[in-house]
Design a protein around this ligand. Structure first.
Ligand code: GLY
Length: 364
C-alpha cells in the first residue's frame, strides 16, 4: 500500500492499494472514535461494494446508514443535495459523526458538499472506486453540485479527512469509464512528469498503484501550493476549458475524461499555432491520447464551443485562462481575452482534426 500525505488546511492521508475496501473500518478508526457514518453512494456502486464497506465499518464499531443516488451526472443536483442534508438531520448526525463518499466523482462531489454544509461542516472520507475519482476528484477538497446553468456552479472547498483508494475496484469498470481516468493521468504527465506521460502510451496495468500514487502526489503538491484555486491550481484545468464546453454541447453524453482528451488535444495544437510549445509537442499528446483509446477530434464547431466556454465558471471578467503546454512536463497559464476565444479554439480543433485525418490516412 502507498500513502501520500496532503498538507492542506486539513492534513490527511491518501491510501492507495489492493483490497483496501475490506479494511476501511480499520483505516477510518485511525482518524475518529467509532460514530455514526452515512455512506453516500450510487446504484451501480452500491451492489458491488456497499456491503463490504458497511461490514468493515460495523466491525470497527461504526453505525451505518446509506443515501443511494442514481448513477450519472444528473444526480449531482440541488435536489439530491437537499435530500442528503435532510437524511443527515433525520439520522441526527452530529459534528463528531462522519460522511463516507463511496463511488466516482458524482457521489464524491455531492457527499463532500453535504459534508461542507451540514452543521457548517463535518468530516468526510472519500472512497473513490473509479480511476478518474482516484486520480482527481477525491483529492483536493473541491466539492459541488450542478445548477441548470452549468456544472459545479454551487460548491465549497472542503478537504476530506482521509482518502481510501482500493485499486481492485477499477477491475469492475467498463473500458470507457476507465479511459476517463486515463485522460486525467495523461494530463498530469503533460503538466509535470514526462516519464508518467511516456508510460501512458504503453500497457501500464501492472503499475496502476504506482500511477495513482504519482498523480495524487502531483495533485497534492499543487493543492498545497494553491488550495483555493487562485493561481497554480488552475494548471489542473489543462484540457478543461474546451473539455467542459464539449461536455456541455453534448448535453453530458460525452463523459468528462473523453471531453478533456479532446480539450487537451485542442489546447496543445492551439499552443503550437500560437508559438508557445516546442515543435512536436501537440503531435506527441495527440498520439498518446489515441494510443490510450481516447478521442482528439471535437464533434462541435469552434463557434459552439466558444459560446459554451464563455458561460463557464472559469471565466474571470473579460478573460479565460487557458493552460497551454510548452513541452511534455511543462505548461503555462495564458489569459485569453473573450474576443480571441473562438480563434484559439478554432486553431486547436483544426489542428486536432488534421492530425486525426493524417493518422487515419497513414500520413503520420
Ligand atoms: N479537478 C481540478 C482541481 O481539483 O483543481
Amino acid at each position: 500500500m502507498k500513502k501520500i500525505r496532503v498538507d492542506a488546511s486539513v492534513k490527511y492521508d491518501v491510501l492507495i492499494g489492493k483490497g483496501l475496501l475490506e479494511k476501511s473500518g480499520d483505516f477510518i478508526s485511525g482518524i475518529t472514535e467509532p460514530c455514526s457514518a452515512v455512506i453516500i453512494t450510487d446504484d451501480i456502486v452500491s451492489p458491488l461494494y456497499a456491503d463490504k464497506v458497511k461490514k468493515s465499518l460495523e466491525k470497527s464499531g461504526f453505525e451505518c446508514d446509506f443515501f443511494v443516488i442514481p448513477n450519472g451526472e444528473s444526480s449531482k443536483s440541488l435536489e439530491n443535495f437537499e435530500k442528503a442534508l435532510e437524511l443527515l438531520a433525520e439520522k441526527k448526525l452530529t459534528s463528531s459523526d462522519i460522511i463516507v463518499a463511496l463511488g466516482g466523482g458524482v457521489p464524491g462531489d455531492l457527499a463532500g458538499f453535504a459534508a461542507a454544509s451540514y452543521l457548517r461542516g463535518i468530516r468526510f472520507v472519500q472512497i473513490p472506486t473509479t480511476f478518474l475519482a482516484a486520480v482527481d476528484s477525491s483529492v483536493g477538497g473541491k466539492t459541488a453540485v450542478n445548477l441548470k446553468a452549468g456544472k459545479n456552479l454551487a460548491g465549497a472547498f472542503h478537504q476530506p479527512s482521509l482518502v481510501i483508494c482500493d485499486t481492485d475496484a477499477f477491475l469492475s469498470l467498463p473500458k470507457d469509464v476507465f479511459a476517463d481516468g486515463v485522460a486525467e493521468t495523461v494530463k498530469y504527465g503533460v503538466l509535470t512528469d514526462s516519464a508518467l506521460f511516456d508510460k501512458m502510451g504503453t500497457d501500464f496495468s501492472e503499475d496502476i498503484e504506482e500511477i495513482v500514487a504519482r498523480c495524487v502526489q502531483i495533485k497534492a503538491e499543487i493543492v498545497e501550493a494553491d488550495e483555493f484555486d487562485k493561481g497554480k491550481r488552475m494548471l489542473l484545468n489543462f484540457g478543461h476549458t474546451i473539455g467542459h464546453a464539449v461536455e456541455k454541447c453534448s448535453e453530458f453524453k460525452i463523459t468528462h475524461g473523453h471531453a478533456v482528451a479532446m480539450g487537451m488535444a485542442a489546447a496543445a495544437f492551439a499552443a503550437e499555432k500560437e508559438g508557445i510549445s516546442e515543435k512536436g509537442t501537440a503531435d506527441k499528446i495527440a498520439d498518446t491520447l489515441l494510443k490510450c483509446g481516447l478521442p482528439i477530434a471535437s464533434p462541435f464547431k469552434a463557434e459552439e464551443l466558444a459560446a459554451a466556454a464563455l458561460s463557464d465558471k472559469k471565466r474571470r471578467g473579460d478573460t479565460i485562462t487557458f493552460v497551454m503546454p510548452q513541452r511534455i512536463g511543462k505548461c503555462l497559464l495564458k489569459k485569453v481575452s473573450v474576443c480571441d476565444i473562438e480563434k484559439i479554439i478554432s486553431e486547436g480543433i483544426e489542428g486536432a482534426d488534421m492530425y486525426k485525418a493524417q493518422k487515419t490516412f497513414g500520413q503520420r
